[in-house]
Design a binder for this molecule. Structure first.
Ligand code: ADP
Length: 261
């Protein structure tokens, strides 16, 4: 059902289970390592990784006397990439923290959803073109709904960006908008690699990535879907995934047309 995925918000990860078992072994009643602590550990790790790379790059340049300018250029280009990565992680974290339940603010206005989706796709079209991915949009009916434009844009952008990122060269991404009397639906379908069945319940967790190295390579932070889900849940909506390995993935977002209802 629609609610399946965000029920897993507090799903214990493997690490958590191991530390729990360890704590029990030690006879501790209280499990200290809660998900917040795990989140902080993950954040530190993710933020440190690009810094470590930059430090290595800088140090190895400094260690060489008379390094040729080409080497400087190469290492500086690598450092620039690491800085970009660090920036992306920080931006994603800020988006996520802003939407944390306790502090969350939502700015609801009546918006033309069709135009909102078109604005997102216009911005992402060049990225799809580079990978030769066909990006198609179909609106089944005009939809005006009460939403937070910034947050809904974040959610849909992340879904479409993923559909492009985890796709094959020459693949397609189909985005559609539909509505009934109560909800509107945004569907993002892709012809990509798919998500393994056992991973599907975890993909909305912060920092969860199916294939860590592959995801990092294509610029993933592991926060995109956590952000998307938070944004959708803040609209009292839900998000579900359907995926078949080797065939593709479809995310469906369902949000009430009226926020107050
Ligand atoms: P990332 O920044 O790594 O893309 P996300 O939170 O956006 O993080 O997604 C979590 C993981 O879910 C990704 O690392 C990827 O393994 C998987 N994933 C997300 N969207 C798709 C998709 N459309 N097709 C295949 N795998 C996907």
């Amino acid at each position: 059902g629609y609610d399946d995925n965000y029920l897993h918000e507090d799903t214990y990860t493997e690490t958590h289970l191991i530390s729990e078992a360890f704590n029990k072994m030690l006879g501790r009643q209280k499990v200290l390592n809660d998900s917040r602590q795990e989140f902080v550990a993950n954040v530190s790790h993710e933020l440190k990784t690009p810094l470590t790379s930059m430090k290595v790059l800088a140090d190895s340049l400094l260690a060489q006397q008379d390094a040729p300018v080409e080497l400087y250029q190469e290492f500086m280009a690598d450092m620039s990439e690491e800085i970009e990565r660090e920036d992306k992680i920080i931006n994603d974290l800020l988006s996520l923290v802003k939407m944390d339940k306790a502090a969350a603010e939502i700015n609801i206005k009546s918006e033309n959803i069709n135009e909102l989706v078109e604005r997102i796709l216009k911005r992402l079209r060049p990225i799809a073109a580079v990978r030769n991915i066909e990006l198609v949009y179909e609106s089944f009916r005009p939809v005006t709904a009460e939403v937070d434009e910034v947050k809904l844009t974040l959610a849909v952008s992340n879904l479409v960006e993923n559909a492009i990122k985890y796709n094959n060269e020459n693949g397609w991404v189909h985005v559609s908008l539909n509505a009934d009397h109560k909800f509107f639906y945004i569907e993002v379908a892709d012809s990509g690699m798919g998500i393994p069945e056992e991973a599907q319940e975890h993909i909305f967790e912060r920092f969860y990535r199916v294939d860590k190295s592959h995801s990092r390579e294509i610029g993933g932070t592991g926060l995109g879907l956590a952000i998307a889900r938070n944004a959708v849940v803040m609209h009292r909506g839900s998000i579900k995934v359907y995926s078949q390995m080797g065939e593709g993935t479809t995310f469906t977002v369902r949000i009430p047309i009226s926020y107050a209802a």
